[in-house]
Design a protein around this ligand. Sequence first.
Ligand code: KIV
Ligand code: ZN
Length: 513
Amino acid sequence: MDDVVRIFDTTLRDGEQSPGFSMTPAEKLELARQLEALRVDVIEAGFPVASPGDQDAVRTVAREVRGSTIAALARANPRDVEAAVEALRQAARPRVHVFIATSPIHMAHKLRLKPDEVVEAATAAVRLARRFTDDVEFSAEDASRSEVEFLCRVFDAVIRSGATVINVPDTVGYTTPHEYAALIKSLRERVKDSDRVIWSVHCHDDLGLAVANSLAAVAAGARQVECTINGIGERAGNAALEEIVMALRTRRDAYGAHTGIDTTRLHRTSRLLTAVTGVAVQPNKAVVGENAFAHEAGIHQHGVLVNRTTYEIMRPEDVGLPKNRLVMGKHSGRHAFRRVLEDQGVRLDEPALDRTFARFKALADRKKQVAIEDILALVDEEVRAAPARYTLRSFHVITGTGVPPAATVTLDSEGGPATASASGDGPVDALCAAVNTMTGLQAQLVGYGIRAVTGGTDALGEVTARVREGETVVVGRASSTDVLEGSVRAYLDAVNRLVAARDATRAGDPAWA
Ligand code: KIV
Ligand code: ZN
């Protein structure tokens, strides 16, 4: 058995299907490019039969992302498999991922199929997928609650039909590390030709055991782990990619296996997902949380200063966090600014660099010390901003105890500047209402979040605004040391995305909406 654990990322499929995490095809492509740079082995880009948007997203990722295998999910029926094959047509390395449930509960109540019929559907789907690609994965949904005898029968049959990867999902997050390891070991021993396939695991986190279960399975011989960035996914989520990867790296002595992931990109990938979805990770989240490398207690700080290994089992720079947090001030020049970005693996073209540098200078005027985190927030805003149909020229807000909140906003657009005033339940509500008056959109702020990028009262605030118009939901983002300015700019970013989506729909390209 080799010692390489393949990382199969399902952020764009299992992650995206959970509430609050939906992404447009353009956002999926942006994340897929980042996953490729992270050197993920397999990117599950979607479930093509589910919707035209999913089909289009898989097709686009398959065409554009050449460095990773691209997988598409299909239930074990011809229509699903054909949709997956169609979406993967242009992939450099396509994988069709076929699944069907094998547990008594699922077969009886969900599928209403007899075990023989499940075996028949599974093998027929695998055979069909093999006509298109040599790389076919088969998943036995709810495997951890299935009978081992039946799992062996199904796996024997699908391997004979051409499956090359066998996945054993803990679909409902029910298993425990010992039990799961024993299951993987037993399957590897009992299934015929088990050494010709890659054994894969896919764990959900309902009992908070997804990472522990996945690692136990690796110790028992699994050589593919399915996981998601920040652990997003159905219900309590999937196993977190960054935790699996850093556990295997930090405890190579215990697992004797490694991944090909470029760990220095973990932090940035986590941030990108947060930016795209508007959902932040909790501060104490392992590996990528804000406090993951912060030492607060005096005794710990002293220890780390004397010798970092006293309390640090991983180096922040190994996951892509800056070693040195306070870097620049208002006297820093463009050259130094560019160097800082390059150190972070960020490349901007000259106009984008000029714009970001100008915003950095404005920030440095308001804030004595600018941290790398601040600069990365400005970069994120630059690279992720929607095409700007409307830009903010100025705003005024009246608010206070006993004063009805009111806002006046002036926006620039193709038709020249325009000003509108509105009142609201609060200052942010009033700002959004004033913007709506000018754009004519029936947009509604359905989610709002603010995060201080660093500590201190002069901290840059990163605002995310989740905005809905009809069926379309987008996330806008902006950062500013003034939270009201950040709020109106984040709302405006979302409005620009809605306008772009509307234009794309009118141009007959609904998938990009
Ligand atoms: O949780 C699960 O069982 C799945 C399968 C489709 C692999 O997501
Ligand atoms: Zn799942």
